[in-house]
Design a protein around this ligand. Structure first.
Ligand code: ASP
Ligand code: MG
Length: 418
C-alpha cells in the first residue's frame, strides 16, 4: 500500500469541528488507496496553557515533569482524531510516543530521535487498520521517561515518520496555504511558491518564515522526504500548497526565490582589539560559552595598518539577537577582566534588522549582490554589515527601513512573477 503522512497543526485541530474537518481530509486520502499516518499537534493554545501550569507550580521545574505535563496536549488530539475517524467508519487507532515507541535522547524539552521501530504500526496496517494516529512532539528516553522535541516539534515528528515508513509524501496542514516569496503582511505582492528546494526552505525557515520547524526541514533534506505545506482551511487537491523538495525536482529555479527578514537583531562592535593570532577565538569562545547566538561576523583592518606587527589593531563586528546583547556584553567584560582580550569599547546598535535574499540559482549566476545593493541604494538604505553564503546574501540595515527593503528587493528580483 502506498503510504502518506498527514500532519495537522494546532489551528487545524483547534476544536471538535476542526478535528472533523481534518478527519475528512484523511478520509479522502484513504479513499484514494493510501494507508495514512496522521501526526497531530495539541489544540492551539493548549501547549502554552500546560507550560504556564508548570511554571506556575515550580520556578526551577524538573524538566522530566515538564515533559510529562506538556505531552498531554497531543495525547488528547490523537485520541479524539482516532475516535472521529472510527465514527466515519475508518479503522484507526491512536499511539502515544512511548507506545510506538518513539525513542529519543533524554535531553528533556529538546530531545532528538534515536529510532522509530516500525513493527507495531506495520502490523496494525497488515491487520486492516487504515490510519495510525500518532501524537506529535513527544517520545520516550532510554530511561523510560516522556520527552518532548522542542516547540513546534510535531513537524519534525511528521518528517521522521515519513522517513521511517518510506512515505510517498509528508503533508503539513496548517493555517497558511503555502510558502510565500516573502511575508505577505509586509509585501502585498508576495506570491505563493509552487515548489521550493530544501536548502532554500532551510534558509527561509531559520530566517524567520515560521511555517515549519527548522529541524523538520533539516531532517527532510537528509532523508529526501518530499514535504508539502498546505491549508486545512481550504478545499485542497494534489496540486495545492507548496512542495518542499530536492532541487532536482525543480526544473527552472529562479536566481532568487525569496526575501527573508529578521527584525530583532543587534550589531555589536569591539573597538580596537589586537590584530594577532588567537584574538577571534578569545572573543567567540566566551560568547559561545555564554550561549550567545552569533550570526554575522565581520573583521577588517585598514590596509594602511596591515600586518601582524606589534601594536596592530582591528575592529571586530558581529550580530546577535537583540535580547542577547546584555549577555554578550557581560561575556566580553569578563573576558577582558580575565586578560583574554583587550578592547577600548563595545558599541551596541540595537536598532537593526537583517534582510536576506535566498535562492539556489545564485550558485551559477553573477551580479546578484550588485542588484541587491542597487535596489537598497535606490531607496537610500544604508547597509551596515554584509554576509554571503552560496545561496544567500544578507544585510544588516536600520530596523525602520526593514519593510521598505523587503518590498524593494521583492520588486527588484521580480518575485511577483512566476
Ligand atoms: N504543541 C507543540 C507546540 O505548541 C508542538 C507542535 O505543535 O508542533 O509547540
Ligand atoms: Mg508549528
Amino acid at each position: 500500500m502506498p503510504l502518506l503522512v498527514m500532519k495537522f497543526g494546532g489551528t487545524s485541530v483547534a476544536d471538535l469541528s476542526r478535528i472533523e474537518n481534518a478527519a475528512k481530509k484523511v478520509q479522502r486520502e484513504v479513499a484514494r488507496g493510501y494507508d495514512v499516518i496522521v501526526i497531530v499537534s495539541a489544540m492551539s493554545g493548549e501547549t502554552n496553557k500546560l507550560v504556564s501550569f508548570v511554571e506556575g507550580t515550580s520556578k526551577l521545574y524538573d524538566a522530566r515533569e515538564y515533559d510529562a505535563v506538556v505531552t498531554a496536549g497531543e495525547n488528547v488530539t490523537a485520541g479524539l482524531m482516532a475516535l472521529r475517524l472510527q465514527e466515519m467508519g475508518i479503522p484507526a487507532r491512536s499511539w502515544q510516543g512511548w507506545q510506538v515507541p518513539i525513542n529519543t535522547t533524554s535531553a528533556h524539552g529538546s530531545a532528538r530521535f534515536v529510532s522509530i521501530p516500525r513493527d507495531h504500526i506495520d502490523q496494525k496496517f497488515a491487520e486492516g487498520f487504515k490510519v495510525a494516529v500518532v501524537a506529535g512532539f513527544q517520545g520516550v528516553s532510554a530511561e523510560g521517561r516522556l520527552t518532548t522535541l522542542g516547540r513546534g516539534g510535531s513537524d519534525t515528528t511528521a518528517v521522521a515518520f515519513a522517513a521511517a515508513f518510506g512515505a510517498e509524501r509528508c503533508d503539513i496542514y496548517t493555517d497558511v496555504d503555502g510558502i510565500y516569496t516573502t511575508d505577505p503582511r509586509i509585501a502585498s505582492k508576495a506570491r505563493k511558491l509552487e515548489k521550493i528546494a530544501f536548502e532554500e526552505m532551510l534558509e527561509l525557515a531559520s530566517l524567520g518564515a515560521k511555517v515549519l520547524q527548522t529541524r523538520s526541514v533539516e531532517l527532510a533534506m537528509r532523508y529526501k522526504v518530499r514535504l508539502r505545506v498546505l491549508s486545512s482551511f481550504e478545499d485542497t487537491d494534489e496540486n495545492s500548497g507548496t512542495l518542499v523538495c530536492d532541487e532536482e525536482e525543480i526544473m527552472e529555479s529562479k536566481v532568487v526565490s525569496g526575501v527573508a527578514y529578521s527584525r530583532d537583531e543587534a550589531k555589536m562592535t569591539l573597538v580596537t582589539v589586537e590584530d594577532r593570532p588567537g584574538v577571534a577565538s578569545a572573543i567567540f569562545g566566551p560568547l559561545a560559552e555564554a550561549g550567545v547566538n552569533v550570526d554575522m561576523i565581520v573583521q577588517n583592518i585598514s590596509e594602511k595598518n596591515y600586518g601582524s606587527h606589534p601594536g596592530a589593531v582591528t575592529d571586530m563586528t558581529f550580530s546577535v539577537p537583540v535580547n542577547q546583547v546584555a549577555r554578550a556584553q557581560k561575556a566580553m567584560e569578563d573576558a577582558r577582566s580575565a586578560g583574554l582580550i583587550n578592547y577600548d569599547e563595545l558599541v551596541a546598535d540595537t536598532e537593526v534588522a537583517k534582510v536576506s535574499v535566498v535562492g539556489i540559482g545564485m550558485r551559477s549566476q553573477v551580479g546578484v549582490a550588485a542588484k541587491m545593493f542597487q535596489a537598497l541604494s535606490s531607496e537610500n538604505i544604508n547597509i551596515k554589515v554584509i554576509a554571503t553564503s552560496e545561496i544567500k546574501i544578507s544585510v544588516l540595515i536600520d530596523r525602520k527601513y526593514m519593510e521598505l527593503a523587503v518590498q524593494a528587493l521583492h520588486d527588484a528580483f521580480e518575485l511577483d512573477k512566476a
